[in-house]
Design a protein around this ligand. Structure first.
Ligand SMILES: Cc1cc2nc3c(=O)[nH]c(=O)nc-3n(C[C@H](O)[C@H](O)[C@H](O)COP(=O)(O)OP(=O)(O)OC[C@H]3O[C@@H](n4cnc5c(N)ncnc54)[C@H](O)[C@@H]3O)c2cc1C
Length: 479
């Protein structure tokens, strides 16, 4: 018997020797390893929160090989954890006894068809590689997040990832035209359509998106592409309050008629940690405002974005809505501004950890939520420091709580579950979500039971049972 997962909902049995032998024969010598050194990097989560174990790492090189491997697992009732880039933040990619199936060899770009504004890539292609392929064809693939050099298309589909351009282009669910996947019985779902319209009943592709590997292995996807915009403008803006950022967002949308691509809020504490812990970063605004937003505007017209940014910020400054601003003058400055935002997660790491939350609330209630949650945290753990950053345009905040200066870190971390409940209960009062974009994984599955209705849980369980009656796909994730 192998080690059960921390959130195990069922017990993971070690695969029988004949199952392992069949898997090895099905994939050949290039398609598997059980070498501890090779497997180790895939068994530890990015932040070191979990280190799992597996009897074997499968590395199939084609959809057919994935299908063969899953069929063997189905025949023997062997549990499988799919693994993409390993950047997931809720631990769903870490096996605790399951066979680990990596998509790292599924790297083909199958086609790019600019006239369809579509591109079909295999699951192991990284998000950055997909963006580059689109750009090479004169198109734009908009999903963007700090881990894009490592996160894979299979992973961003399976977690329905969000990132920084959701405001204009939507989450991954909105960016996928078709999916190919191996279902839990080993059959291949050939769903790589390029259609914009297809009203022919339940949409299996959408079930697989955000399923966190519980309904099958995504092997390829057809992605929606967009025109490359003629102009882009990036600014860092200082504000006195989070409420002012919500007002500024509304104005930016009005000024550009939908040309706001990103609108990222940062509280001063997070910016200070980036400046302290990340090399080669610089104070963006000398006034060191309590809050900053990074705004990226786009336009189809040459200079349209720059002109809209100037107008927006000039009026907002005159009216006292913003206190300071700097517009990037070149690509280097643009990248430097973005780095300040994208390094927020990494900058928390050297601080020794904290209680991290990925929540969403209605945009109009963001400021009230921050005030109410911060007051509740202060009552629960006086002196704790709150870092808030995230995607204001999506109502999605990364609401992280750090120990007070000089506090005992392990003792603070030990209060994480109770502290998170304080925050998540307020999220629920605001009709929000306790996982806006990272998913449930091992981290939040049990907690989510307290925030989903019995109807929602029962329906999810029924769908899963219909598709995976043996519950072999990522059994410790979801209900
Ligand atoms: C620095 C940093 C910044 C991040 N920023 C964001 C952000 O802004 N927005 C956001 O949404 N996320 C963000 N994330 C989280 C992470 O990048 C996403 O969850 C990403 O989608 C995971 O992709 P991956 O390939 O690494 O998947 P993995 O971590 O390998 O897997 C994630 C989950 O998907 C399943 N899975 C993976 N591949 C497949 C497949 N082919 N078929 C079926 N199931 C599969 C796994 O079993 C697991 O449950 C960030 C992570 C880091 C480290």
């Amino acid at each position: 018997m192998s080690t059960p997962s921390p959130n195990a909902l069922n017990t993971i049995s070690a695969p029988a020797p004949e199952a392992l032998a069949e898997l090895k024969a099905a994939l050949g010598p290039n398609g598997w390893t059980d070498d501890a050194f090779t497997m180790a990097p895939l068994l530890t989560e990015w932040r070191g929160r979990w280190t799992g174990n597996t009897p074997i790492l499968l590395t199939p090189g084609s959809t057919e090989e994935v299908a063969r491997a899953v069929a063997v697992c189905a025949k023997h009732g062997v549990a499988i954890t799919p693994h993409g880039g390993g950047t997931g933040l809720v631990g769903g990619q870490i096996p605790f006894g399951e066979v680990l199936l990596s998509t790292r060899r599924l790297k083909a770009v199958r086609d790019v068809t600019p006239l369809d504004d579509a591109m079909t890539v295999e699951a192991g292609v990284t998000l950055l590689e997909a963006q580059q392929q689109a750009a090479a064809a004169g198109r734009f693939f908009p999903l963007s997040l700090a881990a894009e050099g490592t996160a894979t298309i299979g992973g961003v589909i399976s977690t329905n990832a969000g990132g920084t351009a959701v405001l204009r282009y939507g989450v991954m669910r909105d960016l996928v035209l078709g999916v190919e996947a191996v279902m839990p019985n080993g059959e291949i779902f050939h769903g790589l359509k390029r259609l914009r319209k297809d009203n022919t009943g339940y949409d299996l592709k959408q079930l697989l998106i955000g399923a966190e590997g519980t309904l099958g292995v995504v092997t390829a996807a057809t992605l929606k592409l967009f025109p490359i915009m003629r102009s882009r403008a990036v600014a860092i803006v200082g504000l006195e309050s989070a409420a002012a950022s919500v007002e500024l967002l509304a104005r930016a949308k009005g000024e550009t008629g939908g040309g706001v691509e990103a609108f990222e809020l940062m509280k001063r504490l997070g910016t200070e940690l980036v400046l302290k812990n990340i090399p080669d970063t610089r104070e963006p605004l000398e006034s060191q405002p309590a809050w900053t937003v990074l705004i990226e505007l786009i336009s189809g017209a040459p200079n349209g974005a720059e002109e809209a940014m100037e107008r927006l910020l000039t009026v907002a400054f005159e009216e006292g809505l913003i206190t300071d601003a700097a517009i990037a003058q070149n690509d280097t400055q643009r990248a430097a501004f973005w780095r300040l935002r994208e390094e927020h997660s990494a900058a928390l790491k050297p601080e020794g950890g904290g209680w991290k939350h990925d929540v969403s609330v209605p945009i109009s209630r963001i400021a009230d939520f921050i005030d109410e949650a911060s007051a509740a945290v202060e009552r629960f753990h006086p002196g704790a420091r709150v870092s808030v950053f995230g995607h204001v345009g999506d109502g999605n905040l990364h609401y992280d709580i750090l120990p007070g200066v000089g506090e005992d870190i392990p003792a603070f971390i030990g209060r994480w579950k109770e502290g998170s409940k304080v925050v998540h209960d307020i999220v629920a009062q605001y009709d929000g979500s306790i996982s806006a974009e990272h998913g449930l994984g091992r981290l939040k599955t049990e907690e989510a039971r307290g925030y989903k209705t019995p109807l929602e849980i029962a329906t999810m369980q029924a769908i899963r049972k219909a598709i995976d009656p043996q519950r072999i796909m990522n059994p410790s994730v979801f209900f």
